[in-house]
Design a protein around this ligand. Structure first.
Ligand code: XIL
Length: 929
């Protein structure tokens, strides 16, 4: 429960206008039932230009040559590269949070031109633009452009997403724009922008249930498992069925995800009509069926699927080409000619999908061995012939301990060097499960986590690795238990949507590579990156310390508070320094040692994972991890420490953490208006956020704001709340929410909403006046400027609360004037000014500043005979600013003022016009004021 405080609107009049507009939209666009989580309104231009605005100079136009749904946007008549289209996201984003955004683009030019996805934001001091991603686009196909951004924390007033970029005059099409919170592997993988992390899923992906939300939020790829296979898309020799494939592809597109086509020519999963033909049909007939299939399936999705597994599992278990309907039973006309039929299939696929990445995919090929060797030589031969094979697919259905990593590394190296992209296409790690409960042992789950971590880290070491995909997303619906009796639990998320050690293995491989962390070394020491595919993700940081107590500090994120096992990847052969690891929150706090000092003199010459400690991090967020050199061995020459990664895995010893709803600031809305959007997030360490459920429990004031008038839209782990209080009523209402995790653990939080009968008065704000130093006699003028966002404008009155008596303040314009007298020289004066509005009650704001008056310099008066006319004069010196008055007397009793000079330039000479010859005259100098 939070304090009830009226929320200060920086500009209520503008804000209320926005509320009304949103209120209208809220009725027009009630949360859609389709599986989309985007924060973008009208993302497919179905509502024309609604919510979109022109950026720069050009014309926006709705056209029908779209990407997915009937409409797309065309930006034309562009006169600058900045010309494009934008959508404001004001009020929907949480400062400090990260968001993923994407759009499908097609530039209307034969020669590819650069298109930019960017973010404009303003913070009161100006408007800033950030490029989030750039791609080359041409009229030959639609391309996905995607990037991410962090919403600045300080004073952001507006944020909008835009597409712009090509040379002036080049028009471009935009469609299917998304902005979603950046979470899961999309967040973890932000240092690897070219790598897609994904999975595959059946029909459950299609709805926004726990499964669909998990898939959509956390992965780059929304994959089809069986939906694009031959049997499902081509159920009769002349009948096609793309409904379920379309649905998944569309879910992917509406959420900024890529989808993989799987697969075109495989010896399994073919329809019975085809299987029945294998003994009777001619190769020419089989060829026609396959080529038609390729033309239709690849052609249908050529602007939608990023790749196809063109040929699947064509290599036999001990090498050689496998017998199949496509090869030799009866085959498509190249029986007995080795990989020639594969070459033809790839050529056909290329013709149907000129921009689609074409993959050869197989299993039991991740380690060097007969099968992998055969596949490698086959692809090498095909490449040499100019066959359009773009990538090698490694299914990676594996067991608990996974592949031999050094063999995997050597194998991927040669495929990488061959110029093929590397796709891990179907990874799952099956472990033993109890037959009656389906439960795996904790020990096996940990080893499974290592396997995911090691495989991901090894694959990421190769520049051509582009896809890391699992076969399924969760242990629900995985093919493993059916295929391998006694085994299961093969995926990173369990059946209850809890993150497994495997999830953390994938997460750490992506998120916590040393080479991607901000690093600072102690002064005088060197820190540099070293590249070697032996390191996780291919790089490590080498810290060359000079002496004991030197240190290197890294920064890494702790996503959830709690107890973690802290592991560090180090290279023992090069690491001859002992180190002590310590951590401290980035937000402030002292370093705490993590475990004991690590002695790395071990004889092992390989790069190794060292379990440093179990530590409880009491707060989430960025932390410093400091490696302090603690010593070296007699035999070693220096203190070098080569660090590869940090690996943080919740131990689970501290139990299930309850889910959390981030605190929502108190809200204010004027009666007869709709409040919103109010963004807030839910979190949980164990359960993936997509599977947490949020319920509005009750309202403290159901007459004013019944729960039925609260609407929530869900965007991954983020919600936008809209509230429509009952017409003409005002007062306070507290709304209670509950979030629940997979194990039924619940947390309640609340939100206070004030429905005001009128705009509440907010205090004016007085700008600060800088402290001054002046001379006596000089004028001090200080304009006090107050701002008051109230609408209609209120009358502001200024009052001097404290000041020297001779200062004055204009009560209407706030102008303060003071001319310190000579008596006020050498003084320090405090001015306190208040501004008050005429609200009821009146609210005010007070500011103070100091004016120091310099000490007076002693003035002097000296006689001087003015040479030209031989007359008597006086020479006067002193401080500028004061008024100088000269008086004369003949008797030192009666004085007459003869000259006054207000704030003269000094020094000055004064000539006595009436100097009597031969008499005594006295002169004196008076300073004022
Ligand atoms: C499997 C699916 O997961 C099952 O649902 C289906 O019954 C059979 O196919 N290699 C592949 C995948 O390329 O298409 C297979 O998928 C798993 C092995």
């Amino acid at each position: 429960m939070k304090l009830k405080m009226p929320v200060t609107n920086r500009n209520p009049s503008r804000c209320l206008l926005a509320l009304q507009v949103v209120g209208f939209l809220f009725l027009a666009l009630l949360p859609s039932r389709s599986a989309a989580q985007s924060l973008i309104l009208n993302p497919t231009f179905q509502l024309g230009l609604t919510n979109w605005s022109l950026r720069g100079a050009g014309t926006l136009q709705i056209v029908t040559n779209s990407h997915l749904n009937p409409n797309a946007l065309l930006v034309t008549n562009r006169t600058g590269t900045d010309a494009g289209v934008a959508q404001a996201l004001d009020g929907k984003l949480i400062p400090g949070s990260s968001y993923y955004c994407s759009a499908w683009i097609r530039a209307n030019t034969d020669v590819p031109d650069t298109v930019t996805l960017g973010m404009d934001f303003s913070d009161g001091t100006g408007t800033y633009s950030t490029n989030l991603a750039q791609i080359l686009s041409s009229n030959s196909c639609w391309s996905l452009i995607c990037g991410y951004f962090d919403v600045p924390t300080g004073g952001v007033q507006t944020v909008s997403i835009y597409c712009a970029g090509p040379a002036p005059g080049v028009s471009f099409l935009v469609d299917d724009v998304t902005v979603v919170p950046l979470t899961g592997f999309r967040l973890a993988g932000r240092s690897f922008p070219k790598v897609y992390v994904g999975g595959v899923g059946g029909t459950s992906v299609q709805s926004l249930g726990n499964y669909g939300r998990t898939v959509i939020s956390d992965f780059h790829i929304c994959g089809t498992e069986n939906d694009t296979k031959f049997a499902n898309t081509h159920p009769g020799s002349n009948t096609w069925s793309f409904n379920s494939a379309d649905t998944i592809v569309n879910v992917g597109i509406t959420n900024g995800q890529q989808t993989r086509g799987h697969c075109l020519a495989w010896h399994l999963y073919n329809p019975s009509w085809l299987n029945n033909l294998t003994n009777t049909a001619t190769p020419a007939q089989i060829q026609k069926f396959l080529y038609d299939h390729i033309d239709v399936a690849v052609g249908r999705y050529k602007d939608k699927l990023f790749c196809w597994d063109v040929v699947n599992e064509a290599v036999g278990n001990s090498g050689g080409i496998r017998d199949s309907v496509w090869y030799n039973q009866p085959g498509i006309g190249y029986a007995g000619q080795g990989s020639n039929y594969i070459a033809e299939i790839f050529k056909r696929a290329r013709a149907a999908g000129p921009h689609t990445i074409l993959v050869y995919n197989d299993y039991s090929n991740i380690e060097i061995g007969t099968k992998a060797d055969f596949m490698f030589n086959m692809l090498k031969g095909l490449k040499a012939q100019g066959v359009p094979v773009d990538a090698a697919g490694f299914q990676l259905h594996t067991t608990r301990d996974g592949p031999n990593i050094s063999s995997m590394r050597n194998n991927l190296q040669r495929f990488n060097d061959l110029g093929l992209d590397i796709h891990i296409t179907e990874m799952d790690v099956r472990i033993a499960i109890a037959t009656n409960t389906g439960v795996a042992s904790a020990a096996d789950l940990l080893i499974q986590g290592d396997t995911y971590f090691n495989v991901f880290g090894t694959a990421l070491a190769f520049p051509r690795t582009k896809v890391l995909q699992t076969w399924g997303y969760t242990d629900n619906g995985s093919w493993v238990p059916g295929q391998f009796p006694g085994f299961g639990a093969a995926l990173p998320i369990d059946k209850k949507y809890n993150r497994k050690p495997a999830w953390w293995g994938m997460y750490n491989a992506l998120a916590n590579q040393i080479e991607n962390m901000p690093v600072a070394a102690s002064s005088g020491d060197t820190y540099r990156l070293v590249t070697n595919t032996m390191f996780s993700a291919g790089r490590a940081g080498m810290f060359l310390a000079n002496t004991v107590n030197d240190y290197v500090t890294l920064r890494a994120n702790i996503p959830y508070p709690g107890e973690y096992t802290v592991q560090v990847g180090v290279n023992k052969s090069a690491a001859n320094g002992q180190f002590q690891l310590a951590a401290a929150p980035f937000a402030g706090g002292s370093f705490v040692d993590l475990g004991a000092r690590q002695d790395l003199y071990a004889s092992s010459s390989t790069f190794t994972s060292v379990t440093v400690a179990t530590n409880t991090f009491t707060s989430a967020g960025d932390h410093f991890f400091r490696f302090t050199v603690a010593g070296k061995s007699n035999s070693s020459a220096g203190y070098t420490l080569t660090l590869d990664y940090l690996r943080l895995t919740p131990t689970g010893n501290d139990g299930n953490q309850p889910p959390a709803i981030d605190d929502i600031p108190d809200q204010f809305v004027l009666k007869n208006n709709t409040l919103g959007p109010v963004p807030f997030r839910i979190r949980d360490r164990e359960t993936v956020e997509g599977a947490l459920s949020l319920t509005v429990l009750s309202s403290s004031n159901p007459e004013l704001l019944p729960t039925s008038r609260i609407t929530l839209t869900r965007h991954g782990p983020q919600f936008l709340l809209y509230a429509a209080p009952v017409t003409n009523l005002h007062g306070d209402a507290t709304i209670y929410f509950r979030v629940q995790d997979a194990d039924g653990e619940r947390t309640t939080n609340s939100l206070n909403i004030t429905v005001a009968s009128e705009i509440p008065n907010t205090a004016p704000v007085l700008a600060t006046v800088t402290d001054r130093v002046i001379n006596a006699g000089q004028f001090l003028v200080a304009t006090n400027t107050a701002t008051d966002d109230q609408s209609p404008p209120q009358v502001l009155t200024y009052t001097l609360l404290s000041a020297p008596p001779n200062a004055s303040l204009n009560t209407t314009n706030g102008v303060l004037k003071w001319r310190p007298t000579s008596a006020q020289a050498d003084s320090t004066n405090i001015f306190s000014i208040m501004v008050a509005d005429d609200g009821s009650p009146s609210l005010s704001n007070t500011q103070a500043f100091t004016a120091v008056v310099n000490p007076l310099a002693q003035p002097s008066l000296s006689a001087r005979l003015l040479p030209e006319d031989n007359q008597f004069g006086l020479h006067v010196t002193g401080d500028p600013g004061l008024d100088y008055e000269i008086q004369i007397s003949d008797d030192l009793i009666n004085w007459t003022s003869v000259f006054t000079n207000l704030a003269p330039e000094l020094p000055f000479d004064w000539m006595d016009p009436s100097t009597p010859a031969g008499s005594n005259r006295f002169y004196r100098l008076l300073l004022s004021p």
